[in-house]
Design a binder for this molecule. Structure first.
Ligand code: PMV
Length: 325
């Protein structure tokens, strides 16, 4: 009754910010993302009748609070499997958490697969994506492979993510620039609740569907400049909503802001690169494979960039035979 799963965090190119149903984590709009090859969450789950409580360790930190999201997620899995067994869970990320690198997407995707597998449940990719979504919205996009779309839907059964293009459709590179490992003040889950307090939220919503259609067209035709212009504008659009929500959410640090300006400057000097940012200071920069080396060389010379991670577009969550305990 033990299973281990490895999931990659995904970065949204068209983003989910705001929910029409808090409990079910139904987003107010669809989104598009890619899975990041070099970043992983590995999670081992074991259920046993010898355990008297759930014991969860995430990145060497023991979780004790009964109301914790991971325990609630185990409860969802137990209900599906009609089991009352307690679980031991050990989970590790190979990248910083709570700095804007979407560790909850890979975290809940890995917990969903390891947990359901450990209790012998056989679920389809769609069912797994729906289940992962209930733990953390963006986790539904770390289940399928490659380029992924999470469509806007009105019910839980229809709100799931699926592959729109395979990983090898277009060999773009996502270079993560870690500008600080300081943890964010407001967790994403809390921030999501504030989206609709921004006076710009309605305007953002009006543009989402056409942005999604346009981006899919540019991905399909591999038109990098048009692709890059959309994703960078989309990230700024979401952050405009965050900054103008009440209370205001500023997820950038000075390093983030400097890097955003630097990427735009590099573009005027001929390097075709575009940024996107989530809830945190760390920054994603997208380039075509032939420009990745130049970008990384430049980033390595920037004093406030602590670390770079070069990602290609990867498969979704998968099982592993190497357990963490
Ligand atoms: O799934 P959550 O609640 O962690 O929210 C994700 C929010 C963003 O990363 C900012 C956007 C997205 O679509 O991933």
């Amino acid at each position: 009754m033990k299973a281990t799963a490895i999931a990659h965090p995904n970065v949204a190119l068209i983003k989910y910010w705001g929910r029409k149903d808090e409990m079910l984590r139904l987003p107010t709009n669809g989104s598009i993302s890619i899975n990041l090859s070099e970043m992983t969450t590995t999670t081992t789950v074991e259920f046993s009748d010898t355990f008297t409580t759930d014991a969860i360790t995430i990145n060497d930190e023991v979780i004790t609070n009964e109301s914790d999201r991971a325990i609630k997620h185990l409860d969802r899995i137990r209900i599906l499997a009609q089991s009352e067994l307690k679980a031991k869970v050990v989970s590790k990320n190979n990248f910083p958490s709570s700095t804007g690198l979407s560790s909850s997407s890979s975290g809940f995707a890995a917990l969903t697969i390891a947990g359901t597998q450990a209790l012998g449940l056989e679920l389809s990719e769609k069912e797994l994506s729906i289940l992962a979504r209930l733990g953390s919205g963006s986790a539904c996009r770390s289940i399928p492979d490659g380029w992924v779309e999470w469509k806007d839907a009105e019910t839980s059964e229809e709100s799931y993510a699926s592959t729109i293009f395979p990983s090898d459709h277009w060999n773009l590179v996502d270079v993560v620039a870690v500008v600080s490992t300081e943890k964010k003040d407001v967790p994403t889950s809390m921030g999501q609740k504030l989206a609709q307090t921004s006076p710009f939220f309605e305007a953002r919503q009006k543009s989402m569907q056409s942005k999604i259609s346009e981006l899919k067209k540019y991905i399909s035709n591999r038109r990098f400049k048009s692709f890059g212009e959309i994703i960078e504008a989309e990230a700024l659009n979401m952050h405009a909503v965050m900054i103008t929500s009440s209370p205001s959410l500023i997820y950038w640090s000075t390093g983030t802001l400097q890097l955003m300006k630097q990427v735009q400057k590099w573009r005027t000097e001929g390097l075709s690169a575009y940024f996107t940012i989530n809830t945190g200071q760390d920054t994603h920069i997208l380039v075509q494979e032939e420009n990745a080396h130049t970008l990384i060389e430049k980033l390595n010379k920037v004093s406030y960039v602590k670390k770079v991670i070069k990602n290609s577009i990867s498969q979704g969550v998968h099982l592993s035979q190497t357990h963490l305990f």
